[in-house]
Design a protein around this ligand. Structure first.
Ligand SMILES: NC(=O)c1ccc[n+]([C@@H]2O[C@H](COP(=O)([O-])OP(=O)(O)OC[C@H]3O[C@@H](n4cnc5c(N)ncnc54)[C@H](OP(=O)(O)O)[C@@H]3O)[C@@H](O)[C@H]2O)c1
Length: 321
């Protein structure tokens, strides 16, 4: 089969399209014929090996040689004990733990697979797992957004931000989206009430305070974020710099305590099985998946560059013919 492989960290040029052995499913695995793979910031991070946390499991060389974690496709074969699925069934999954989506076939443990939601295309389903889980847990489960609250989403023009803005609006919040100049109109089109261009303005210095800051691109000191929270407000770090992560972990428990503010890491429970509420909203047409661009498997390097260099509005999808 064809797969896009790499053996050392680096720019998209280290990737190459190669002929490799089609994997054989172990007892509890399912062989999936991949039809669509969505790009995530984590692909870009694990390709380049930066930030440092992306090297967990492979400090010097990548642990997995094929990237791509949010997949949708059709079951081609099942292992002896994989009784939950049958060949011909349409499925989707988040396979961040083992990757391998940029390929014609991938083996997936049956426990992490879910049936393709009714009425969804492969592309729409592939867009959901990682971005959807971050948004759902950041805004609803852990975010507990209430009507009238002020919510700021930092990095709102990307994949997780696209869903987070829409969920926060549905929950009645006043939403501020922060991203680069190219994505301002996109955030507005998702429903953001206010938009901030981070290349021109530092929202932590604007004197406005929020009930929830969901941070998909944290690069400022943790205390600056705490200073932008209202009394009882919550800051949740999802991704960004290691320096900010360490500050959140080490200083988070004490920063802002006086104002009953909380500054924490949002450790997202990933997996297609946790997405039901968001899947229902998508099926009902209340939440939209915006696919900015589609690329063939042979153009994964170009797709990763487009996404990694910050042009993607919503999701970028690799379509595997
Ligand atoms: N905590 C967890 O359990 C967990 C689990 C999975 C993933 N993650 C993390 O979640 C994060 C978000 O993922 P995603 O899929 O939404 O990424 P994405 O699609 O790349 O979106 C991130 C957005 O942030 C923007 N951005 C970059 N620097 C910024 C800054 N200084 N201020 C404001 N916006 C900025 C990016 O635009 P530009 O680059 O163009 O400026 C992009 O639009 C990733 O860092 C990923 O590693 C965390």
């Amino acid at each position: 089969m064809k797969a896009v492989v790499y053996t050392r960290y680096g720019p998209p040029e280290v990737l190459r399209l190669a002929d490799v052995q089609t994997p054989v499913p172990k007892d509890d695995e399912v062989l999936v014929k991949v039809h669509a793979v969505a790009l995530n910031a984590s692909d870009w991070e694990v390709l380049r090996g930066t930030p440092l946390y992306s090297r967990i499991g492979g400090p010097f060389r990548p642990r997995h040689h094929v990237l791509g974690s949010d997949i949708a496709g059709r079951v081609a074969a099942v292992g002896r004990a994989a009784t939950m699925f049958r060949p011909g069934q349409d499925v989707f999954a988040d396979i961040l733990d083992h990757m391998g989506g940029f390929a014609e076939y991938v083996c997936v443990p049956q426990a992490v697979l879910a049936p393709l939601p009714a009425g969804m295309t492969y592309e729409q389903a592939a867009a959901l797992p990682q971005a959807g889980a971050i948004a759902l847990q950041g805004i609803r489960d852990k975010g507990q957004v209430r009507p009238g609250q002020r919510v700021l989403i930092n990095g709102a023009g990307g994949g997780a931000g696209m869903y987070a803005v829409q969920l926060a609006k549905l929950d009645g919040a006043e939403v501020t989206g922060v991203d680069n100049t190219e994505k301002l109109e996109f955030m507005r089109s998702l429903g953001a009430d206010h938009i901030i261009d981070y290349t021109r303005e530092d929202f932590t210095r604007a004197g406005r305070a929020y009930d929830l800051i969901l941070d998909l691109a944290a690069h400022r000191p943790a205390w600056a974020y705490a200073g932008s929270l209202r009394h009882g407000g919550r800051y949740r770090y999802v991704g960004g710099s290691v320096a900010t992560l360490l500050q959140v972990l080490l200083l988070g428990p004490v920063i802002g305590r006086a104002g009953r503010k909380t500054v924490r890491l949002l450790a997202v429970r990933l997996g297609a099985g946790h997405l039901a509420p968001l899947v229902e909203l998508c099926q009902a047409g209340k939440v939209t998946t915006v696919i900015d661009r589609r690329y063939p498997l042979s153009q994964v390097p170009e797709a990763l560059r487009y996404h990694g260099e910050g042009h993607a509005k919503g999701k970028v999808i690799v379509v595997v013919e």
